[in-house]
Design a protein around this ligand. Structure first.
Ligand code: AMP
Length: 283
């Protein structure tokens, strides 16, 4: 898309953003934590497809309130110059990279919205990253308040997050259209992630088990067999969960409903998550 947006406005303060936003009637936002890769670029392409006439705003903010481990927050990669170049090449009009003081002027503990039920389904993210979705809901609501978008794009890579945000927007009536965009993978199947850079060569090979487990699960006709098959493929890893659930509510899957296979596992120093559609009738 070279030439689509030869310049991108980079705003590190709300006053700069508000000046830019004055000239814009509607925009679509792509919230990120930076260290951008092709997965993020694909969200910008999805934004352009969904709303070709609306400028794209990419937010870059490593949100402290959604990290359950301090070390993970501290080492989270920060690459703003490269991020701005990627946003420009992907056709974004504006990058908002605010400070924590601008995002949380009343402190990080103020303004946590009520959590939708899908955020706390047993056995999923809440069990292994308690407090994570409270931080996600808080920052997304705040970023919507700051950027004032009419639509926002989220990746299917973080499937439970996508369901939580859809539910929050519905329950709080935020009036932002949520558009989902499919997971972008490396050629060998590993889902792209900003944290993949912390995988050693050996970890990376082990990490391929996640996408393989999802592929194999899709060949099974029952939840029990699909979960068993994933457990076998993932047996060498430190698995947090590998389950089939209802794709939307993330409760137990029931016949006739769309299903989703969801995995989280620790590989070396990295926590990997991945997911895929699960349709027993396709098997
Ligand atoms: P992050 O910067 O990792 O917090 O992610 C920001 C957005 O990019 C979220 O909506 C993610 O779901 C999405 N995302 C991250 N990795 C991928 C990927 N490999 N493919 C598609 N979307 C992704």
């Amino acid at each position: 898309m070279a030439g689509y947006a030869p310049v991108v406005e980079v705003c590190s303060t709300m006053s700069a953003y508000d000046r830019w936003r004055l000239g814009v009637e509607r925009c679509v936002v792509v919230p990120t934590m930076g260290a951008l890769h092709r997965g993020h670029a694909s969200l910008m392409e999805a934004a352009r497809r969904a709303r070709p006439e609306w400028p794209i705003v990419v937010t870059v903010f490593v949100n402290p309130t959604q990290f359950s481990e301090a070390a993970d927050f501290e080492r989270y990669p920060k690459t703003l110059d490269a991020d701005a170049a990627l946003c420009r090449d992907a056709g974004a009009a504006c990058v908002l990279a605010p400070s924590a003081a601008e995002v949380y002027p009343r402190g990080p503990l103020a303004g946590v919205p009520p959590l939708p039920a899908v955020a706390t389904r047993p056995g999923l993210e809440d069990r292994f990253r308690p407090g994570h979705f409270a931080g996600v809901c808080q920052v997304v609501r705040r970023l919507f308040e700051m950027t004032r978008p009419h639509a926002a794009i989220f990746g299917e890579k973080d499937w439970q997050q996508l369901q939580v945000i859809r539910a929050m927007v519905r329950e709080l009536d935020l009036g932002v259209e949520i558009v989902a965009s499919p997971t972008v993978r490396e050629a060998d199947g590993l889902a792209m992630s900003s944290r993949n850079r912390f995988l050693t060569a050996e970890d990376r090979t082990h990490g391929l088990a996640l996408s393989r487990a999802l592929r194999e699960a899709s060949q099974e006709r029952t939840v029990a067999r699909a979960e068993e098959r994933m457990a076998v493929v993932l047996s060498g890893l430190d698995v947090e969960y590998a389950v089939i659930r209802d794709a939307e509510s993330l409760e137990a899957w029931r016949e006739g409903r769309p299903g989703r296979a969801l995995i989280a596992a620790r590989v070396g120093s990295v926590r990997l998550i991945d997911n895929a559609a699960w349709h027993p009738r396709d098997a």
